[in-house]
Design a protein around this ligand. Structure first.
Ligand code: SF4
Length: 480
């Protein structure tokens, strides 16, 4: 399927109806991990074990070579090493489950036979970035920052971001079972890399959790808690259960969403007996109290949705969670076409029962320009996916605008296409604007990648990058 060629679909009466996207139900496939030399003897029992998956995560190039051997050329490993030493904002951490979905449709031949497939693979492009993926003109946007959403500024207590009026984000821990190259919390999450020293939580986890609960008990206007990280799959189960059980005791908390990319990256975690039984206890209490307990996951490519992911999702429904929803990230080279997005959404919905919900535009973190899309590109994608999925399962493509929050990409207030600056407004105050009389009258900026601008716009940035940053910093004084 291509987007330019209109696909012909046979109608029930035999007429051929040309459509830009042609839907065909796809069966999910678990790629055979034994095709990789390093896993040739791995049994099904090992593969299904969360412990085996965790202890065989790939954390460096040597371990990657141990799995792939010479199926991938040396130039790929060298490219990867260069990225780690010069650009990567996240350290490498890949559960076998995720690595196994890469280059899964290419036949394994002799030495080097998977090199091109690895370079082109959508999951590889964001989980194992190589230096040649990155742009060399503008590697980072001049306005890129480590905490691009300014979450730390909005911490009500350490790790509890209070940005929207009725909802909070609880960053429970700074680790995940897998690290994504584009992680928006690159400032905090994961191990330090040669180019990024990570921020550390200062307060002990149990004290932070007590402070969060205390804040929520004192905040009757907050009804919705995203329990996140990192990834909650890295919390020892009893600690996570204890925290969620305490949330369920707070009258004003009506929605609880557990954020876990591991539902896809390490579904074996969610299939463990301890986790299933614990989720059942929590879901039973939630149902009795009329609280919506849901899981939010993060899948960016159709290839990632395998039978094991569907099985783990089913286990969560059987445990009684109200819904499992996907919040993907829109990235060039990964899922930035109508076909890729719709293939992904149908795999989630038909294959695993996961609700496509949001696609976020990739945030303005350092070294992300090769992934990021312009707002007009995101608007075109939103237009392109309308009408194929049921309305309730048609994801909204959103831009997370600094100091504003999620805005649907068509809500842009003003758009300077030459300089690639969009202007957005908001209808609520964040936690740091209680005494800011102008917060709701001001416009807030988001920036398109410079390489997507006309030449005149690119020239403007070459000349004005520094003054633009200085102007933004001086207006930021208002917020601090
Ligand atoms: S799972 Fe989420 S928090 Fe963890 S690295 Fe990926 S994007 Fe970041």
């Amino acid at each position: 399927m291509t987007e330019t060629l209109e696909a012909a679909v046979e109608a029930a009466d035999g007429r051929s109806i040309p459509q830009p996207y042609s839907y065909l139900r796809q069966e999910l496939v678990e790629p055979d991990w034994r095709r990789f030399p390093g896993w040739a003897d791995v049994t099904e029992a090992d593969w299904r074990s969360a412990q085996w998956q965790r202890s065989h995560c790939v954390k460096n190039t040597t371990q990657l070579r141990g799995v792939l051997g010479d199926l991938v050329d040396d130039r790929f490993y060298t490219d990867l090493e260069s990225d780690i030493s010069q650009a990567a904002t996240m350290s490498m951490l890949l559960p076998p489950q995720m690595l196994n979905t890469m280059a899964s449709r290419t036949e394994v031949g002799g030495a080097g036979s998977l090199t091109d497939a690895f370079y082109a693979d959508p999951v590889r492009r964001y989980m194992l970035p190589v230096l040649s993926d990155r742009r060399t003109d503008w590697t980072s946007h001049p306005h890129a920052t480590r905490d691009s959403l300014h979450e730390h500024e909005m911490w009500a207590v350490e790790g509890l971001t209070h940005r929207y009026p009725t909802k909070v984000l609880a960053e429970m821990l700074p680790t995940c079972p897998q690290y994504c190259g584009h992680c928006t919390r690159m400032d905090l999450v994961g191990n330090s890399t040669p180019t990024v020293d990570k921020l550390k939580f200062i307060t002990k986890p149990d004290v932070r959790q007590a402070q969060m609960l205390d804040y929520l008990r004192r905040s009757p206007g907050v009804r919705d808690v995203v329990v996140s990280g990192g990834d909650v799959a890295n919390m020892p189960w009893p600690r996570l259960e204890q925290f969620v059980a305490a949330l369920l005791e707070i009258d004003n908390v009506r929605d609880i969403r557990l954020a876990s990319k591991a539902l896809m990256g390490l579904p074996q975690h969610w299939l463990q007996d301890e986790v299933r039984a614990g989720m059942e206890r929590l879901a039973t209490t939630a149902r009795k109290r009329g609280v919506g307990l849901a899981i939010h996951t993060h899948v960016n490519a159709a290839e990632s949705v395998t039978p094991l992911v569907a099985e783990a999702t089913r286990a969560m429904f059987e445990a009684g969670v109200r819904d499992v929803r996907n919040q993907g990230v829109l990235m060039r080279g990964v899922n930035a076409s109508v076909n890729e997005l719709l293939d992904l959404c149908f795999s989630l919905l038909d294959g695993a029962g996961i609700m496509p919900y949001y696609f976020y535009m990739c945030d303005m973190i350092p070294a992300a320009e090769h992934w990021r899309l312009a707002v007009w590109e995101a608007q075109a994608l939103q237009h392109g996916i309308m009408g194929y999925l049921p309305g309730f399962a048609t994801p909204r493509i959103v831009c997370d605008v600094p100091y504003v929050g999620k805005r649907w990409v068509h809500q842009v207030h003003d758009y300077d296409r030459e300089q690639g600056i969009t202007y957005w407004t908001k209808n609520y105050r964040t936690g740091i604007e209680t005494s800011d009389a102008d917060a709701l009258d001001r416009t807030y900026e988001y920036y398109d990648p410079i390489h997507t601008l006309p030449q005149s716009g690119q020239d403007w940035w070459t000349e004005h990058a520094e003054s633009s940053i200085a102007a933004a910093e001086s207006s930021r004084g208002i917020h601090s």
